[in-house]
Write a new protein. Sequence first.
Length: 122
Amino acid sequence: MSALWLIPQLSISGLADAFSIVGQVEFYYKQFPENMKSMGMSVYLLGFTVGSYASGLMVSIVHQTTKGAATGNWLPEDLNEGRLDYFYYTITGIGVVNFFYFVLCSRWYRYKEPVPSKMPQE
């Protein structure tokens, strides 16, 4: 199996990050209290950092739990001998759970009332 099979997944992931940062920072600037607006980018980068550590932890957990499994290690040194598909199924399952959690939180969220404009109306 060629490593080139990873290009579509990694490309989509990179595009998702590039497009999501704009919406997130705009949301933070509109919904954070006035004296905390500059923390929007910090919150985004903190989430990105926590996600990176969580993915590293997940790879370590998969290595530890599948090294003695009947199907073999999912992520061995030689990817042709591993079960990379199981690993991506696991990531997909986590993504689906995350999507439903996002939908639940977005339904509960109440937007901050817009501040009226100080410009005179014509």
